[in-house]
Design a protein around this ligand. Sequence first.
Ligand code: MEV
Length: 317
Amino acid sequence: MTVYEKIERSASGKVILCGEHSVVYGRPAIAVPISDLRTRCWVEPAVPGSGLRLVATDLQKAVSLRAAPESHTLGKTARLVLEKLQAPEPDAVLTVASEVPIASGMGSGAAVAVAIARALSAYLGSELPSDVVNDIAFEVEKIHHGNPSGIDNTVISWEQPVYFVRGHEPEMIDIRSSFHLIIANSGIAGSTREAIDEVRRRWTAMPGYYEMVFNCIGTIANAARAAVEQGAIQGLGTLLNQNHELLVTMGISISQLDQMVAAARKAGALGAKLTGAGQGGNMIALVEEPRIAAVTQALRDAGAVKLWVTTVRGGDV
Ligand code: MEV
């Protein structure tokens, strides 16, 4: 008889450095994991016959797998794991708790799916490898976002900086020199699904214009890859600025994000842009160590409701 024991796994958040939205249309994008912000999932045995219970502590919601509808993202993840392992539903409680803020472009949905896939498969005695975890998380992303590119689940499944082109094998990037990012939340929830739909509407109305914008962003993402691989952090800052301006022309930014971006640049950031789907959510500022305090303060003054300072580690550490 198998004896089940409590198992816990976690997954990181992420930010997109360059290329959000245009990545949905086949252009390259770069994303990095934010390993300091994590979603945890733990699975523990429950009384025989109880089935699998899914608990989302942050949302204060619980449901049994049997009662969870097809569209329930926790339920969908658990079912895909059981299907992959050809395992029967265990009598267990699966709990998720997340530090990754929701509706803010930090990959919270993908982080939950990855943490569940890892924890549940490990609990069942056969932890799934990253490529299978990634496939499961992508299926769940489709419920969240409709037409995702797959970048969020990819960067979070491998928890490594990634150069991503839809439909191609992701390429892991070697970052030459570490750099600091300040991530700031606008306090306004941004729906990735709505933002993707909005860009689709605009692209359908003016395909030639949007194709040109996407091409420019693709060129920026390629240059940004070269910059991080060469440790050209100043150059990366300029590219982030250029990417933000193009996202503004796409109608994806909002005034709160623009104000925060402007404030960060004025306080000495090397570059700043919105990150993720936009229409709310977060922005990032690329900052050299001595300017971190000043830029953080400037972002607070510009209305940031939450801030995280993180270091993207390179080969220099
Ligand atoms: C969301 O983090 C990034 C978008 O490009 C959507 C996607 O790539 O699936 C807006």
